[in-house]
Design a protein around this ligand. Structure first.
Ligand SMILES: NC(=O)c1ccc[n+]([C@@H]2O[C@H](COP(=O)([O-])OP(=O)(O)OC[C@H]3O[C@@H](n4cnc5c(N)ncnc54)[C@H](O)[C@@H]3O)[C@@H](O)[C@H]2O)c1
Length: 350
C-alpha cells in the first residue's frame, strides 16, 4: 500500500527529507506545510507536492496523509508534533525533539499513547562506521570501556560555505535562545552525545559542562535576533560502566565543515570512528595488536538510513529506533549540561 507523506517545514533540511523519502518505493510525497508562502511554493514545485498549506490545522482537516516529516525549527517541534500524534499520524521529528526535557518527555508520552511510529532524526545513525562500532562494542571486542573522546566540529561562523549567517534567518534562529535555540549544544551536541553513548551502549550517569558564547555582532544582536545561544560546548561525562569521557562541539572549528569523531578505549581494544568530509571510516586496535599499538581499518557495510527505518517501522518490518523516548533521554542530558554550565560546571547526575 502506498504510504502518503506530508512534509512540515520546507526550509533547508526538508530537501534532504524529500530526496530520501522519494527514493523509497511505495512512499508518495503528497503535501507540504510552511508558514512562509514563497519557500513553500518553490519547494512544492521542486518536489512535486500536490497540496500545500500555510497552517498545520488545515492540513489536519484535509487529513489525506499517513506520516509526517517534521522539519520545522526546534522551537516548533513540540506544538506541531502533539496534534499530529493525537490525529494518529506517524511522525519523524527533527532533532532536538523539543527545547526542554519536560516538553520532550510530553512528546514521548504522547507517542506511546498514540501507538503510532514516532522517531527522531538522529542522522548520524546513518554512518556505517558508527553502526559497525556499536556492534563490535556489543560483542565485547573492547572489554569494559574506560575512556572516550568525542567531538562534533563545524565552522559556519568562520566561513560562508553554507551561506552567510549574518543575513540569512535560517542561520540566525540557531544563534538565539529567544528563537528556541539551545546553541551548538542542542544543534549538534545532541548528535555527538547520541553518537558516543550509542556506540558505547551506555548512558551517562554524571555530567559537567561549560558553554561559551562569543561576540559576533555589534550589541550582540542582528535585527530581531539576540545572539546569545552558545557557540562552543565542552562536556565531561561518566558512563554507567564507570568510563570517563569528554564531548565537545563547536561552530568555530575552522578547517572542519561538519566532522564527527569518536575514540573509545576499553581494556581489550580501542576504536576510532570518523565521519569527516562526508566519509565514514572505522579503525581498531584489538586483542594482540594492542602490544604494538597497531591499528587496522575495519570494513563497514552500508546501513539503512533513519528515513528507511521510519518507513520500515510503519510497515511493521523493523524497530522504531531511534524513538521519541531516546529523543527525550538525550534532551534530559542537554538540560543537565545547561544546568551544570549555569552553576559553574558543577558535576550533576545525568
Ligand atoms: N538531522 C540533521 O542532521 C539536521 C540538519 C539540519 C537541520 N536539522 C533540524 O531540522 C529542523 C529544520 O532546520 P532547517 O535548517 O531546515 O531550518 P530552516 O529555518 O531552513 O527551515 C524551517 C522551515 O520551517 C518553517 N516553519 C517554521 N515554523 C513553522 C510552523 N509552525 N509550521 C510550518 N512551518 C514552519 C519555516 O518557515 C522554514 O521554512 C531543525 O530542527 C534543525 O535542528 C537537522
Amino acid at each position: 500500500m502506498t504510504l502518503r507523506l506530508l512534509i512540515l517545514g520546507t526550509g533547508g533540511m526538508a530537501a534532504n527529507h524529500a530526496a530520501a523519502f522519494a527514493r523509497i518505493p511505495g512512499v508518495e510525497l503528497v503535501a507540504g506545510v510552511d508558514t512562509r508562502a514563497e519557500p513553500l511554493a518553490a519547494f512544492a514545485a521542486r518536489h512535486g507536492l500536490g497540496r500545500t498549506f500555510s497552517r498545520l490545522a488545515d492540513a489536519l482537516d484535509w487529513g489525506r496523509f499517513d506520516a509526517v516529516a517534521n522539519v520545522t525549527p526546534d522551537a516548533a517541534h513540540h506544538a506541531t508534533t502533539l496534534p499530529l500524534l493525537a490525529a494518529g499520524k506517524h511522525v519523524l521529528c527533527e532533532k532536538p525533539l523539543a527545547t526542554s526535557a519536560a516538553d520532550a518527555a510530553e512528546m514521548a508520552q504522547a507517542a506511546a499513547r498514540a501507538g503510532t511510529v514516532a522517531m527522531v532524526n538522529l542522522t548520524y545513525r546513518n554512518v556505517p562506521a558508527l553502526q559497525q562500532a556499536a556492534q563490535l562494542v556489543a560483542e565485547g571486542a573492547l572489554g569494559p570501556i574506560r575512556h572516550f573522546e568525542a567531538s562534533y566540529l563545524q565552522s559556519w561562523l568562520t566561513q560562508p560555505a553554507w551561506g552567510d549567517w549574518r543575513t540569512e534567518p535560517q542561520w540566525l534562529w540557531r544563534l538565539s535562545t529567544a528563537h528556541g535555540s539551545k546553541g551548538v549544544l542542542g544543534d549538534v551536541g545532541i548528535h555527538i552525545l547520541d553518537f558516543a553513548t550509542f556506540a558505547a551502549g551506555e548512558a551517562p550517569t554524571e555530567v559537567s559542562a561549560r558553554l561559551a558564547t562569543f561576540d559576533k555582532a555589534p550589541g550582540g544582536r542582528i535585527g530581531d535576533y539576540p545572539l546569545d545561544a552558545n557557540d562552543s560546548a565542552t562536556l565531561q561525562l561518566r558512563l554507567e560502566g564507570g568510563a570517563l569521557g569528554v564531548v565537545h562541539a563547536s561552530r568555530f572549528a575552522t578547517g572542519h565543515l561538519n566532522d564527527l569523531r569518536l575514540r573509545l578505549y576499553g581494556t581489550e581494544g580501542g576504536l576510532d570512528i570518523r565521519f569527516e568530509n562526508a566519509e565514514s571510516a572505522l579503525s581498531a586496535c584489538l586483542g594482540p595488536a594492542r602490544t604494538g599499538a597497531r591499528w587496522e581499518t575495519i570494513p563497514c557495510p552500508p546501513v539503512p538510513t533513519v528515513y528507511d527505518r521510519f518507513i520500515a517501522a510503519i510497515r511493521g518490518e523493523g524497530p522504531t529506533d531511534p524513538d521519541f523516548a531516546r529523543g527525550a533521554q538525550l534532551q534530559r542530558w542537554l538540560d543537565r549540561a545547561e544546568d551544570s554550565a549555569a552553576s559553574g560546571s558543577r558535576l550533576l547526575p545525568a
